[in-house]
Design a protein around this ligand. Structure first.
Ligand SMILES: NC(=O)c1ccc[n+]([C@@H]2O[C@H](COP(=O)([O-])OP(=O)(O)OC[C@H]3O[C@@H](n4cnc5c(N)ncnc54)[C@H](OP(=O)(O)O)[C@@H]3O)[C@@H](O)[C@H]2O)c1
Length: 252
């Protein structure tokens, strides 16, 4: 009997990562949930196991290369890696943005993705049919005022995806980039505004139906379950109310 394919999801403690872990578990993958908050990934893994799926939890900070390398030793073979861990900090203009925020966003979104991808690439290749998903953003494709550091970091992640795809063509690993627009998750905007829930709520004000974490997870689940010879290079997904990063229909 063939072994159950394994999918690693980073940042699986909330939002899109948690929803993706649920979707991939339902698709029949053995999911490995990672994040810094151990209690949250453990609780989700327990819930999935209870429901008859196969899940394990692992505490991992994607910016800690030594920890990532140690984590990777557990995998001889790996079917799917979802690089989801990331996020935004602040919405200041370039003129006044804090360089520490810019650095942290680059560290998490770009170097974090680089760390985990480098460490797990041998196992993905050994599977004979590996898939890497990179969760960028529509901020990876166009700038917006106040987006500076996040836009720069997500552009970096986009370039990582594009370059890697060029470099590993001909090997048994495909690279899929999923770029969502506005997604209302419980923590993304609150983290961005450092706990200021009023500012966070304004992001979604008057938008009838922003995307949900489940919408993005559904997109990821679809992309990774395409036949092996099909590569979804880049998938942009937005709510109907959003035509661009700055053109949003609000009913206020
Ligand atoms: N929400 C949106 O509108 C939107 C739109 C486009 C793209 N995205 C992208 O989608 C991804 C998920 O966003 P989300 O909306 O689900 O946000 P979220 O709920 O804030 O989730 C972010 C996840 O990343 C993890 N994380 C952050 N830093 C980490 C680190 N150093 N090491 C390991 N894990 C880390 C967090 O877990 P711990 O804190 O437990 O480590 C959390 O699970 C991000 O890459 C984000 O940039 C979001």
């Amino acid at each position: 009997m063939a072994a159950t394919p394994i999918a690693v999801v980073t940042g699986a403690s909330s939002g899109i990562g948690a929803a993706t872990a649920r979707t991939l578990a339902a698709e029949g993958f053995r999911v490995v949930l990672t994040a810094r908050r151990k209690d949250r990934v453990e609780a989700l893994a327990a819930e999935l196991n209870e429901a008859g799926h196969q899940a394990t939890a692992y505490q991992l900070d994607v910016t800690d290369r030594a920890a990532v390398d140690e984590f990777a030793t557990a995998f001889r073979t790996l079917a799917v890696l979802v690089n989801n861990a990331g996020g935004a900090l602040g919405a200041d203009p370039v003129a006044t943005g804090d360089p520490a925020d810019w650095r942290q966003m680059y560290e998490t979104n770009v170097i974090g993705t680089l760390n985990v991808t480098q460490a797990l690439l041998p196992a993905l290749t050994a599977s004979g049919d590996g898939t890497i998903v990179i969760l960028s953003s529509t901020a990876a494709l166009a700038a917006y005022e106040g987006g500076g550091g996040y836009v720069a970091a997500k552009h970096g992640e986009h370039v990582l995806a594009e370059t890697l795809r060029l470099e590993i063509v001909g090997t048994p690993v495909r690279v899929i980039e999923v770029a969502p627009g506005m997604v209302r998750t419980e923590e993304f905007a609150t983290t961005r505004f450092r706990g200021d829930t009023e500012k966070a709520a304004k992001v979604y004000a008057g938008v009838a139906a922003p995307l949900t974490a489940e919408d993005v997870a559904d997109t990821i689940g679809w992309a990774v379950t395409r036949p092996s010879h099909v590569n979804i290079d880049l998938l942009v997904v937005r709510p109907r109310a959003q035509a661009s990063n700055t053109k949003v229909h609000r009913e206020l």
